[in-house]
Unconditional design. Structure first.
Length: 77
């Protein structure tokens, strides 16, 4: 069985955020760099629902985990 794959725009849509490339770039530049001491899901700019989604996807190594990791790396840079 093939795992579903998600891309960054799909993650932003899932989080209820604008998902076009310019909006993604603005989001990253507005919120990066995220301190290494703060877990992605604990960042202050997420809503409770967004933080819960991100936390669960990473903890469960769910099918969104890879793209959540990608976002995490982008915000650390």
């Amino acid at each position: 069985m093939q795992s579903p794959t998600h891309d960054l725009p799909a993650l932003f849509k899932q989080l209820g955020l604008p998902a076009d490339q310019a909006s993604i770039d603005r989001f990253v530049s507005r919120h990066a760099p995220l301190a290494s001491t703060i877990a992605l899901a604990e960042a202050p700019f997420w809503t409770t629902a967004q933080a819960t989604f991100l936390r669960e996807e990473i903890l469960e190594d769910a099918d969104w985990a890879e793209v959540v990791d990608q976002l995490n790396l982008m915000l650390r840079g």
